[in-house]
Write a protein that binds this ligand. Sequence first.
Ligand code: ADP
Length: 151
Amino acid sequence: YSGKKSNQAVVDSMTNMKVKDFQSIPVVISENVSVYDAICQMFLEDVGTLFVVDPNSYLTGVLSRKDLLRTSIGSQDLNHIPVHIIMTRMPNIAYCFKSDGLIQAAHKLIERQIDALPVVVQHPDGLEVVGRLTKTNITRAFLSLAENHDL
Ligand code: ADP
């Protein structure tokens, strides 16, 4: 095998990697859930990012570990603060589609300095959350590339 040929094979595999091949299951909560319950959900579901949805199940916000920590070091009663008060909200949310290339999604994670993107389906009146793409998914993709090319 020439070096050129195997390099091209790696390039082809990388550019063919799609979000849908590596995405995880999203964990969503509603806007009126308390910060206390959101913290419990984060531990129970073992995720670092929760997505917040409205009654139509459309994406309205994102909650990270630090969003919840920041609120917790205040003296407020976490049972009485709904997550919509502290979440990062639309339209400031970075997201991706399942048909997007993994490289494009990785760019968004790095540019925005975030850990996860919601994978969405666009509807006329909102974004439905169908997946979660995290830095762990990118790391897994990186490893699968190495394994598939005997690196
Ligand atoms: P942490 O805050 O635990 O380090 P992140 O780096 O993912 O986790 O989040 C940093 C900030 O960016 C948080 O305020 C969070 O609400 C926000 N954030 C996380 N994911 C997104 C996203 N997909 N789009 C926009 N903002 C996000």
